[in-house]
Design a protein around this ligand. Structure first.
Ligand code: CUV
Ligand code: SF4
Length: 630
């Protein structure tokens, strides 16, 4: 297997070795067993939307089937398949947000869930024309929650958060007729349009996809972020550590993996319960060590500095350490493989969401009404499992890096306020950021986000691109597993300024920030939309005019397809390091990577070579600067 190992950090290598000894089956093995992937699927030209099929279109023109039984062409089939990924991704983010809104609706002074950021609640209430004077805080919270819930299914109008975009952008959406209405409506409507015998025009299918995707970025995801901040606090800068080395030999290790902060927040509180800590000590451990993974890891590190065990590709490796008492998951990005893997060790694998019951996992349903009680029960199980650990078969690699995290838009603005005197005289704005970009001290900004994907060397695309950009004075904001890759590589430390060009280094020193800023989970890409729009508005420009790009170097999920699509539809070019399954239609590829720019002012780039990708990003940034004459 070793030739197949595609790794970047040494933690991975030692644990894969151990896994092999223990008889573990990992994604590396499964990838090798998969051999060559299906060529039709890879190109997106297999259709199984109806039972007359599956129909597959011959990839060679003039040879073999050029149409499905219903007459659908490769262009139609590719566009429909892409659209359905957008719908699924939007559904996932938005359904997560809906749950958070329900939690805000049940928040109360004396319940499990309280309002932690009342200021943010008030601001949102005002933005949504909800009365705030002489009203109980929780009445306001409940009306905000209900208004948010109505965004999912309201019969009339468009999404409220669209107004946060620069007005030029709102105009583009209105002209292109892609202003999203209710979130659920867009998802449903796109599923309808891609049913057999409905839309066949690829341009139209992509327009509908953009509208649905926008209901994620400026709808579900933004609601998810805003309401999470209101409930659990807006992230502020804090220090943490990242990589598998955060697992502790003498502690009860609990791995939290998944997405929904209403669960993970409660786990954080429960893990601090003195009774449970005492129980851990009685059972021979030094205490309880909660560590995070994937976006749940991001949520709790952003708000509490909880240490990050790793990103998507490390979920199995964490268990292979033999030192995880419980791996606890809710929704999204969880390998079903964790069940069998956990059986090789003492690890309890616990699923908690009725939306994601997992074969072979123990199921303890997380019910918001009994949140704290449920979480304490789960932690108790983990604590009692400590004695079952086979100490002889524990291998915790040393590697871990320091990282500074917690850069919400509010925190970034607070940091910028430190330099207000030297660049501007206004506090509490993004003007200093706009000013340094205009002055050329920073050439631009890049949002680097997304998952891991075995099609490329693990984490290498993320890190190569980030290093190249900061070296060239492009500030990087990151979320999702890309952010965790950066944290592990030490790019979120103050010392990382030494890897930067002169301009970015100076900004890091004066503002007191690392060159790669952790902005949170995948739904928190709404924070990136927010800050980009603020800079655009500061200059009275559209997002499309700014020297700003998005990149998903190692993406894999349907959520990422929704994200890429709403980022492009928001006027920001998006670089994909993994080519989506669309290459069976030259027409659709041309639409994504070229023609869509005419409509929305931004497009996709497909570039699998990270060095080349960074070069193209820099080129595009300079092109934008030139247009602006800066
Ligand atoms: Ni939601 S979607 S692997 S955890 S970033 Fe990580 Fe982020 Fe992709 Fe999943
Ligand atoms: Fe085949 Fe058309 Fe049915 Fe798709 S929708 S499976 S192309 S007949």
């Amino acid at each position: 297997m070793s030739e197949e190992i595609q790794v970047m950090d040494s933690n991975t290598e030692v644990l894969l070795e151990k896994g092999k000894k223990d008889g573990a089956d990992t994604i590396w093995d499964r990838k090798a067993a998969m051999k060559t992937p299906c060529g039709f699927g890879e190109k997106g030209i297999c259709c199984r939307i109806c039972a007359m099929g599956p129909c597959r279109i011959s990839p060679t023109k003039d040879k073999g089937a050029q149409k499905g039984l219903c007459g659908a062409t490769a262009d139609t089939i590719v566009a429909r398949n892409f659209a359905r990924m957008v719908a699924a991704g939007t559904a996932a983010h938005s359904d997560h947000a809906r749950d958070i809104a329900h939690v805000l609706y049940m928040a109360s002074e004396d319940g499990n869930y309280k309002v932690k950021d009342a200021g943010k609640l008030m601001n949102l209430a005002k933005e949504w024309d909800i009365k705030t004077e002489n009203r109980d805080l929780y009445d306001i919270a409940h009306e905000v929650a209900e208004t948010a819930l109505n965004e999912f299914g309201k019969p009339f109008g468009t999404l409220k958060f669209l107004k946060r975009a620069p007005y030029q952008r709102q105009q583009v959406w209105s002209e292109q007729k892609i202003e999203p209405r209710a979130i659920d409506r867009e998802v449903t409507s796109l599923m309808h349009s891609t049913h057999i015998g409905c839309a066949s025009d690829p341009d139209s299918i992509f327009e509908l996809s953009m509208r649905t995707a926008l209901s994620d970025g400026w709808g579900g995801s933004m609601i998810g972020t805003e309401l999470s901040d209101i409930l659990f606090g807006t992230p502020t800068a804090c220090a943490t550590q990242a990589n598998l080395g955060v697992i502790e030999k003498n502690m009860v290790n609990i791995l939290l993996h998944g997405h929904d902060p209403s669960f993970s927040e409660m786990m954080v509180y429960a893990s601090e319960d003195p009774e449970l800590v005492k129980l851990a000590k009685e059972n021979g451990a030094d205490g309880i060590n909660l560590v995070g993974m994937c976006c749940t890891g991001n949520e709790i590190t952003m708000r509490h500095g909880v240490r990050i065990a790793g990103n998507f590709y490390q979920q199995e490796l964490a268990i292979i350490t033999g030192a995880i008492e419980a791996a606890i998951v809710d929704v999204q990005c969880i390998f079903p493989a964790l069940a069998d893997l956990s059986d090789l060790y003492h690890t309890k694998f616990i699923a908690t969401s009725p939306k994601a019951k997992i074969t072979g996992a123990e199921y303890i349903e997380f019910v918001e009404e009994k949140a704290l009680e449920t979480c304490k029960g789960i932690i108790k199980e983990a604590v009692l499992n400590f004695k079952n650990r086979d100490m002889e078969n524990v291998l915790i690699p040393d590697n871990k890096s320091h990282a500074n995290v917690g850069y919400s838009v509010e925190t970034i603005i607070q940091c910028l306020d430190r330099v207000v005197n030297s660049y501007t005289d206004e506090f509490n704005t993004v003007k200093p950021l706009a000013d340094v970009i205009w002055a050329g001290v920073l050439r631009g900004a890049a949002g680097i986000v997304g998952c891991n994907n075995p099609k490329v060397r693990y984490d290498e695309s993320h890190i190569t691109i980030m290093k190249e950009l900061i070296k060239n004075d492009v500030i990087v904001v990151a979320s999702g597993c890309a952010a965790q890759a950066a944290a592990k590589a030490g790019l979120m430390t103050m010392e990382a300024k030494e890897l930067c060009g002169r301009g970015l280094k100076e900004v890091c020193e004066r503002v007191g920030i690392p060159p790669v800023l952790h902005m949170g989970s995948c739904v928190d890409i709404s924070r990136i939309l927010d800050i980009v729009s603020r800079v655009a508005k500061e200059k009275d420009l559209d997002n499309r005019d700014l020297p700003v790009v998005g990149a998903a170097p190692e993406w894999m999920s349907e959520k990422a397809v929704a994200i890429g699509t709403y980022v492009v539809a928001s006027g920001i070019d998006t670089f994909l390091g993994i080519t989506p399954q669309v290459t069976g239609s030259e027409y659709f590829v041309d639409l994504l990577t070229n023609r869509v720019e005419e409509n929305v002012g931004a497009k996709f780039y497909f570039e699998e070579n990270p060095t080349e990708c960074a070069r193209k990003i820099l080129e595009r940034i300079e092109e934008k600067r030139e247009k602006l004459g800066i």
